[in-house]
Write a protein that binds this ligand. Structure first.
Ligand code: XBP
Ligand code: MG
Length: 240
């Protein structure tokens, strides 16, 4: 029986990755680093989930020399802390809005009694900034469980963040539905045993989503399937 919907954040609740990319580039400038991630490079770097992990991958692939001798982790954490501050400022300035239909889907789900959760690789600071921007101060009552960023060591595509959400919801995977935008997210949720709907985003439309139970197409309305045994399954409309 469908009891809970677990939402991914970046690319699913909102098209955030262009603002993340701008925040990374602003942080590189503030940290006096000669780096600039354009869209083509960022598309490639997005294969690595997690901002700190993405910076480390970039350094390993392209620019080891810029890393000061000593503690590379501290160097990466400092850059990422600056990036997160830049991102939060841009979200607070209204540069990120929910994707069309998301707000309606969330209110339909709440009205039908579904429990809501978040399972995301992004930092908890970023989740709170987005929900505050979307709902104002009363956002804390909307998602019963929020699992984000460093709450787990192994990030997507590992299942850990979704397994943590199931544990905190105290529900089995078969009572939940995940909504994701990327292959990393799909692998993470399905490895946790959760049926997953995919709504491709600007950086993921060319990825493989074979394991999804439903893939939305931009501009079309679709309904979350009422699985045969879920007579009361949500029939919300979501304009991906
Ligand atoms: C997408 C990610 C995140 C963001 C950047 O998360 O992989 O790393 O790109 O955010 P989601 P941080 O699981 O919501 O799609 O810099 O905070 O990691
Ligand atoms: Mg995502």
């Amino acid at each position: 029986m469908l009891k809970a919907i677990i939402f991914d954040v970046d690319g699913t609740l909102a098209e955030t990755e262009e603002v993340h990319r701008k925040a990374f580039n602003l942080a590189f400038k503030t940290c006096a680093l000669p780096w600039n991630w354009n869209r083509a490079l960022y598309q490639q770097l997005l294969q690595v989930a997690g901002g700190k992990e993405r910076i480390r991958y970039f350094i390993d692939q392209y620019d080891v020399e810029s890393v000061p001798v000593g503690n590379p982790d501290r160097f990466i954490h400092e850059i990422h802390r600056e990036k997160t501050a830049c991102y939060a400022r841009m979200v607070a300035n209204g540069e990120v809005v929910f994707r069309p239909g998301v707000r309606q889907l969330i209110s339909d789900a709440i009205e039908r009694g579904y429990r809501l959760a978040i399972a995301t690789t992004t930092s908890l600071t970023n989740v709170n900034a987005l929900l505050q921007s979307a709902y104002g101060s009363e956002y804390s009552g909307i998602f019963e469980v929020i699992c984000a960023g460093d709450a787990v060591t192994r990030k997507k595509p590992a299942p850990d963040i979704y397994l943590l959400a199931l544990e905190m919801l105290d529900l089995p995977a078969e009572d939940c539905l995940a909504i994701e935008d990327s292959r990393n997210g799909l692998l993470s949720s399905t490895r946790a045993g959760i049926a997953t709907v995919i709504t491709p985003s600007i950086y993921t439309s060319d990825q493989c989503f074979d394991e999804a139970v439903l893939i939305t197409e931009r501009g079309r309305t679709w309904q979350i399937p009422c699985r045969p045994k879920d007579r009361a399954g949500i029939g919300a409309k979501f304009h991906p």
